[in-house]
Design a protein around this ligand. Structure first.
Ligand SMILES: [Zn+2]
Ligand SMILES: [Zn+2]
Length: 447
């Protein structure tokens, strides 16, 4: 590709840069068809049209420019910025993902030695940091589906590549979520398959640490996933209740406050077992976690998530109490203190939540009642405003909002009896509860 000189633009190229600002895809398409327009032309700062489109958050234009052969790794910018860096700065996740899929180099650094992920983190675009740090091209995994060197068979059976890739690229690292993802795929939920996946994850982890541009974040993620897979495999081998047993262990809260001690210890152990003890990231993690008493903040999960995804704190959105998924909107209707993605996540958690639900309810009842009354009033006003604007058909809105509360209360009396009757051995308590919980919680959402 001929190197474009900075600032020497044809009048059509200048027009293209202007059109990018307006977001007019059609006009840009016409201009790109002109022989006087080079898709990788450079303005006086060394910015390409793609960089402009990425920075301005114009996803459709980015797509168009890539279709016309825009070079995603052009690095003629005066401060060494790449299109991926501009995407990260813009805070547009879709464009960030698009640049990555187009082959953007995540390790490229600007003139002061910062990567795109670091720059995005610096300006607080944590969603973009998360996208960059969790990007793992499918081809990198497919490498293991072919026999290499002296291997008789590939390390990873081709049928496992898809399901494994899905888990590798997930941005929710909650152990319960990962186990659920394993559980929902019969190909993965098998001791032999899990063993092969662990081996491949460990190899990728090693590669991340030994390659020239070391990637500690990805290495740690691979190691962590490998630990969870190993745990799944152990439960499949040793426990009759298999992965359900693992889910229960991870979710079981201690009697005093419902804090999931096993989960906390498990994540701490995963971090501790990271085989590259000289890694800066590991040392940071250990420093953050070691002084924290089990049950206090920050949890190992929040520290790990922050290290891998760049997500700071858990304040700006509701997360599912069971699986950590962002945007959980359903609340336990008894205590109103925990949120879930859906009925299934609530059911899975009820065996342990029911022990603290009442306490939470008593403690928070007054506050929550006040909040509820206020919210209802607000809703009423909203609904009235909506009604006057749209007409009677909007009555549906009200009923949808209502169903956002999940109510386990009809089964509570019986559930409590079960809890009291159960012996102190957690093993037997798990088995008792699982069948009851799943049948007793009414399926309101289906009404
Ligand atoms: Zn959930
Ligand atoms: Zn509750």
């Amino acid at each position: 590709m001929a190197r474009a000189s900075k600032g020497l633009l044809s009048s059509e190229e200048r027009e293209l840069l202007e059109v990018i600002g307006t977001g007019n895809v059609q006009k840009a398409g016409l201009l790109l068809g002109s022989k006087n327009v080079r898709v990788n032309c450079l303005d006086e700062h060394g910015m390409t049209p793609l960089m402009h489109a990425a920075y301005k958050g114009k996803a459709n234009l980015c797509r168009l420019l890539l279709q016309h052969g825009a070079n995603v790794n052009c690095n003629e910018h005066e401060h060494g910025y790449t299109a991926l860096m501009f995407a990260g700065l813009s805070g547009n996740k879709e464009i960030t993902w698009m640049m990555l899929e187009a082959g953007a180099d995540t390790d490229a650094i600007n003139s002061v030695g910062r990567t795109a992920a670091q720059m995005a983190a610096f300006v607080g675009q944590h969603d973009c940091v998360m996208v960059i740090n969790n990007f793992f091209p499918r081809e990198r995994l497919d490498y293991y589906t072919k026999s290499q060197g002296l291997d008789i068979e590939p390390k990873l059976p081709i049928k496992l590549a898809g399901p494994l890739h899905k888990i590798i690229t997930t941005t929710n690292l909650h152990p319960v979520k990962i186990v659920m993802l394993v559980q929902e795929n019969p190909l993965l939920a098998d001791v032999e398959s899990l063993g092969k996946c662990c081996r491949v994850l460990d190899l990728i982890c090693e590669k991340c640490m030994k390659q020239r541009d070391m990637n500690e974040v990805l290495a740690l993620k691979m190691h962590y996933l490998s630990c969870i897979f190993q745990k799944c495999s152990n439960f499949l081998k040793e426990r009759e209740d298999e992965l359900n047993g693992l889910l229960k262990s991870l979710l079981k809260g201690r009697d005093t406050d419902g804090f999931p001690v096993y989960q906390e210890k498990f994540i701490r152990e995963c971090i501790r077992k990271f085989p590259y003890c000289e890694a800066t990231l590991l040392q940071q993690l250990v420093r953050s976690i070691a002084p924290v008493e089990i049950g206090s903040d920050p949890t190992a999960f929040s520290v790990l998530t922050q290290a891998i995804t760049g997500q700071l704190g858990f304040v700006d959105a509701e997360f599912c109490t069971t699986c950590g998924e962002k945007g959980a909107e359903k609340r336990c209707s008894v205590c109103k203190m925990v949120t879930y993605c859906d009925q299934n996540c609530q059911k899975v958690h009820w065996f342990t939540h029911k022990k603290v639900c009442k306490t939470l309810q008593v403690h928070e009842k007054q506050d929550m009642e006040a909040a509820k009354v206020k919210k209802k009033q607000e809703k009423k006003v909203e609904a009235e405003e909506f009604n006057s604007a749209v007409g009677p058909s909007s009555r549906q809105i009200g009923s949808m909002e209502e169903s956002a509360c999940i109510d386990p209360s009809t089964s509570r009396a019986e559930e409590n009896k079960t809890a009291e009757a159960s012996v102190s051995s957690p093993e037997s308590a798990y088995e008792d509860d699982s069948s009851r919980t799943s049948t007793n919680i009414p399926k309101e959402s289906e009404e």
